[in-house]
Structures are given as structure tokens and as C-alpha cells.
Write a protein that binds this ligand. Structure first.
Ligand SMILES: Nc1ncnc2c1ncn2[C@@H]1O[C@H](COP(=O)(O)OP(=O)(O)OP(=O)(O)O)[C@@H](O)[C@H]1O
Length: 511
């Protein structure tokens, strides 16, 4: 049965399923290089001048930034993400998140940004689809040089024309000789060492808030950016830093992609990051991507990287000099609904988790170019969907497994389940409540507000897939904006926590 299924699914023939792309005689231009090398800048000029085009973004934030940029340049541009469709009459340009690419609409120029995201376990497959299926005569592929080899092999196998431009950083990047706090970390040693244009990097929300509050007490204007903040809030915070209202930026690696920030020096407050399983040292890609943000071209002549402690600089130096070429031999692909439907028919199963598990574990493709992506997140959501919505049809179940939900976060999962309940019982679901504290001046609901922001995002996503059940899309922007305003105000006065994780480790003698 397995063999028969594999040949029916014909995954190795994936490129042929993008008929429009195959018919366009595409030329692929690889613009590869480190951060701040101008690789996106050059491609954006081509996009702007083209009759029609699409920009494929890794984040909603970046899609918004590019849409604004094109509009400011007088080029009407649509914005399409999982959460919104802002269509401008007559627009021939679109900025969208990579998963929203329209494979049936030919354009002159497409930009695929941050191609190194092919390495991302849950979303990498979307970059494969973009690379193989973007329906444009000229496709600009921008990003780090870390995944070039499997991309080039795929393009050569397609027989398409390509060129590769390696770009260099536009400003030098220097590692400082001493950590801010010297040999051993002491909180008091940092005082007076920070300068305007510094970005202090921490790897948890708690540390970002604690350091932000402390630096504010020391008299600095501070902007804060971390993953749980919506793109709207991140943009406001980044604007405060860009316009000089904030002297210092405190951020997680959420600044690694997508924002043009006038950073003079990136300072790592620690070099360990919890990656969901364990704490580990930050790797070469992370150090380059985050540290490389220093020395924005046109603003600073040199970018600097530093750390709190001298010893941490040794690791940073090592990461800046070792190769960051990824161990990615083949491009990840994930199943489309017709694939899964085929498997479901063969297995006589109505369970999406069973079908996905079969795909992930049993389907092997004989291809030098492609391999099945790890489908862990989707499979976990599928288990929830089968348990709580067993009667839904397979197509709806499949859609729900693609929802942007952190299945391992209890609160996010609970909200998702409450939405699922409405779909399965054919009920309507209102937007989350406009709670009274959103109108208050107290920062104590900051975390709740971040959670509310995530629920609103999921609601928006569902409203585009199941508009009958999630019917309040029109009221959503006002609530979203109220939540953002609350968070922005709270960030300016929040008190943080007593100690950072590094300080707690020192106190507990773990160093
Ligand atoms: N030739 C140029 N003339 C003027 N400004 C430029 C030029 N090239 C790049 N820049 C500016 O330098 C900055 C970095 O450029 P760009 O965003 O293209 O870099 P990148 O290599 O894509 O890096 P990142 O990964 O950080 O986005 C941007 O602010 C961009 O506007």
C-alpha cells in the first residue's frame, strides 16, 4: 500500500504542479550576504520599477513595512497576510507573507526574502514552495548564504536560468575588546557604560522587561521589542528608537529580522538561549543575524558588537568566524490537502492526525532535491482537532491544523479549543471582550494584553477561513489598536522583575 501511495502522491514531481511558474521561463537572481549588505534594497528597487510584482515576507511585520514603502514611493500595493487582505483598487503589486503567495497570478518581479528560513522546522516548506512556485519572470531570492547549495541544485534541476550575487556588509562590524561589566558580571558596573544607539539583547520577555525598567530608572529613554508584541507595537517601539525618543533598545532576537533600526552597537546581555527544550549557547547564524544589525548603513560608519562579560566575547568571536552554512541537504516540503485526501481514502480514515502521521512517518520520496518537512506542530494540532472536533470534514480539519497556535502554550491552546468548539457546534463566536483595564493607566495587565493580542490574531486568521463563525472582522482593527495602545503605554512604566535570569543564576551559585 505504501509503495502505491508514494507513486500516486508523486511528490518528487512537485515542481510540475506549479504550471504557471514552469511556463514563465523564469530567471532566479540570488542576492546573498550578511545583514546590512543591501541585498533587499537592490531587489526592492527592481520590484518598485516593475509593472507588477510581489514581495514574499517571513513576517507580517515585514509585509507591512514593504507595503508602506511601496505606497510611499507612489506604487499602489496590496497587503495580504493570514490575518488581513487590504486590497487597493488597481494595484499590481502585493506584499504578503510567504504562505499567502498566489501561484496563479503571474507578475514581473517576485522577491523571496530571508531564504535561510528554509531551515525553520515548521515553516521552511513555504520557502520551498516560493522558490519553486513563484510565478514571476524575475525572482529575487534574498538572504544569508547558509542554504544556497540545495536551492541551486533545485533551480539547476528545473533548467531555469540563474545568477548569484554575493554582497558584502556595507559597514564593518567590530567586536569590542572588553565586556561592559568587565571580567565578572556586576549590575552596578553597567551603569554609565550604555550609550545612545545601543541595543541590548536578552533572550526572554522577562529579562527584556527587567532590563528596560532598570535602564529607564538610570535615566535612559528605552524602547522594548520581544516576540509576544504584535507587529503594530513593535513598529511603534522601533519608531521611538529611530526618532531618538528612546536612547536604547532592549530586545530579544525578535529584532533579527524585519526592522531597519539605527543601532550603533549590539550588546548581548547573555549568550544562552532557551530553545523550548534546554538552554544552549547561541549559534553562528544567531550571532550574525542579531549582531549584524549594528552599524546601519547611512547612519553609522562602523557597527560594534559587545557583551556584558569578557568571557562571553570569546564565544561571540568564535561564532562570528565559524561558517554558518546550514546542514540542509534537501528542500523541505509539506503535504497539500489533495495529498492528504489521497492518503485518507487509502487508509479509510477520517482522522487528520492519523493521515498526517502516516505522511510524516511512512511516506519517503526518492528525490535528491526534496524531503518531507518535520510536521510536528501540525501533527500536534491535528491531535487536538480530532479529539475536540471529530465530526468535522477532513478539509476543515486540515485548515485548522494550519492555524497559528502555540499548541504547547496552555492558554493559547485553550482559546483555540474554544474556537474549535464553535466551528464544530456551528455557533458564532464574538471577538474577545473589550476588558475594562484596557482603558486604565496601570501596567499590571501587560501580559494579559499580550495574550489578548494573540487571541485577536487567531480570531482574524479564523475569520478569513470560517467567516460564518468568526463574524466580527470589521470590529477587529479597533480592538487590536486599543490593545496595542495599552501595551505601548504599559511598556513605558512597567517595573520589570527584580533580577534578570543571569543575576538569579549568579545568586544561586550556578556560575
Ligand atoms: N545602495 C544603497 N543606497 C542607500 N541605502 C542603502 C543602499 N543599500 C542599502 N541601503 C540601506 O542600508 C540598509 C540595509 O539594507 P538592506 O535592508 O537591503 O540590507 P540587507 O542586506 O537586506 O540586511 P537585513 O538582513 O538587515 O535586512 C537599509 O536601511 C537600506 O535602505
Amino acid at each position: 500500500m505504501h509503495k502505491q501511495l508514494t507513486s500516486t502522491l508523486a511528490l518528487h514531481a512537485l515542481p510540475n504542479s506549479f504550471k504557471l511558474a514552469r511556463s514563465l521561463n523564469r530567471r532566479i537572481h540570488f542576492h546573498l550576504g550578511p545583514t546590512n549588505s543591501g541585498k533587499t534594497y537592490e531587489a526592492l528597487i527592481k520590484l518598485q520599477k516593475a509593472e507588477s510584482g510581489v514581495y514574499l515576507a517571513p513576517l507580517r511585520l515585514l509585509a507591512m513595512e514593504i507595503r508602506d514603502r511601496l505606497m510611499e514611493a507612489g506604487v499602489p500595493c496590496n497587503l495580504i497576510t493570514g490575518e488581513e487582505r487590504q486590497l487597493i483598487p488597481g494595484a499590481k503589486h502585493t506584499a504578503c507573507t510567504v504562505e499567502m503567495m498566489n501561484t496563479n497570478q503571474a507578475v514581473d518581479v517576485a522577491i523571496i526574502d530571508e531564504i535561510q528560513m528554509l531551515q525553520d522546522e515548521s515553516r521552511g516548506y513555504a520557502w520551498t514552495t516560493a522558490l519553486i512556485g513563484a510565478p514571476a519572470k524575475d525572482v529575487y531570492v534574498c538572504g544569508a548564504n547558509s542554504v544556497t547549495e540545495p536551492c541551486l541544485r533545485a533551480i539547476k534541476a528545473l533548467g531555469e536560468q540563474f545568477d548569484v550575487t554575493h554582497l558584502e556588509r556595507k559597514t564593518p562590524l567590530l567586536l569590542e575588546q572588553q565586556g561592559l561589566s568587565g571580567q565578572k558580571y556586576k549590575r552596578a558596573n553597567l551603569k554609565g557604560k550604555l550609550q545612545k544607539g545601543d541595543a541590548v539583547i536578552a533572550f526572554s520577555r522577562k529579562d527584556v522587561l527587567t532590563l528596560s525598567a532598570r535602564f529607564r530608572q538610570w535615566g535612559y529613554g528605552v524602547a522594548s521589542i520581544y516576540g509576544a508584541l504584535s507587529p503594530e507595537v513593535r513598529r511603534t517601539e522601533s519608531k521611538r528608537f529611530c526618532e531618538g525618543e528612546a536612547d536604547i533598545l532592549v530586545a530579544t532576537d525578535a529584532i533579527g529580522m524585519g526592522l531597519n533600526l539605527p543601532i550603533r552597537r549590539v550588546i548581548f546581555s547573555c549568550i544562552d538561549k532557551f530553545d523550548g527544550v534546554a538552554s544552549r549557547r547561541i549559534n553562528a547564524t544567531e550571532v550574525r543575524q542579531i549582531g549584524g544589525r549594528a552599524g546601519r548603513f547611512g547612519i553609522y560608519d562602523i557597527g560594534y558588537i559587545s557583551a556584558f562579560e569578557d568571557d562571553e566575547l570569546i564565544h561571540l568571536e568564535h561564532m562570528l568566524t565559524t561558517s554558518d552554512v546550514a546542514d540542509l541537504k534537501k528542500l523541505p516540503i509539506s503535504p497539500s490537502f489533495p495529498h492528504l485526501s489521497e492518503i485518507a481514502n487509502t487508509l479509510h480514515s477520517h482522522k487528520i492526525s492519523e493521515v498526517l502521521a502516516y505522511f510524516a512517518e511512512r511516506i519517503r520520496i526518492e528525490s535528491d532535491l526534496f524531503e518531507i518537512a518535520p510536521l510536528q506542530t501540525q501533527t500536534q494540532l491535528a491531535l487536538l482537532v480530532d479529539e475536540y472536533a471529530p465530526t468535522l470534514n477532513l478539509k476543515d480539519k486540515f485548515l485548522l491544523t494550519c492555524a497559528p497556535v502555540g499548541w504547547d502554550k496552555a492558554r493559547e491552546r485553550d482559546y483555540f479549543l474554544s474556537c474549535l468548539d464553535c466551528v464544530v457546534n456551528n455557533q458564532k463566536k464574538a471577538l474577545p471582550n473589550d476588558v475594562s483595564w484596557l482603558s486604565s493607566n496601570s501596567p499590571k495587565h501587560l501580559e494579559e494584553a499580550e495574550d489578548l493580542g494573540k487571541d485577536i490574531s487567531l480570531y482574524a486568521w479564523l475569520a478569513h477561513k470560517f467567516p460564518h463563525h468568526f463574524f466580527e472582522l470589521d470590529a477587529l482593527p479597533a480592538l487590536r489598536s486599543k490593545v496595542s495602545r495599552y501595551i505601548e503605554a504599559a511598556l513605558l512604566i512597567q517595573a520589570g522583575y527584580r533580577d534578570t535570569s543571569k543575576e538569579m543564576m549568579y545568586q544561586s551559585g550556578q556560575f
